[in-house]
Design a protein around this ligand. Structure first.
Ligand SMILES: [Zn+2]
Length: 91
């Protein structure tokens, strides 16, 4: 159905395509999520629906003592980084 569903409308897809890259997290080639602030591996707690019904990945950074929420719509915009132990390496 035209215009219904998340990212179903053309304007939503255009917004996603033109959105800036995500810098709060990075992903390694092996699939680990790293905190953009400190470069440490995020501990994943699971996923939940937010108030609007969209899924979010709940994670925590043990180094920053910070809760990091990642809306699933953000995933295609997460940049790949190089892997070096459990920290972020700028490429
Ligand atoms: Zn951190």
């Amino acid at each position: 159905m035209e215009g219904v569903g998340k990212l179903g409308r053309k304007s939503d897809r255009d917004l996603l395509r033109n959105a800036p890259p995500v810098t709060m997290v990075f992903i390694t080639p092996s699939g680990q999520l790293l905190h953009g602030k400190c470069g440490r591996v995020l501990k994943i707690h699971g996923s939940a629906a937010n108030k609007m019904g969209r899924r979010e990945l709940q994670s925590f950074c043990l180094a920053c003592i910070e809760h990091v929420i990642l809306p699933e719509d953000m995933f295609p915009r997460i940049s790949l980084c190089e892997e070096a132990g459990d920290t972020l390496v700028a490429s």
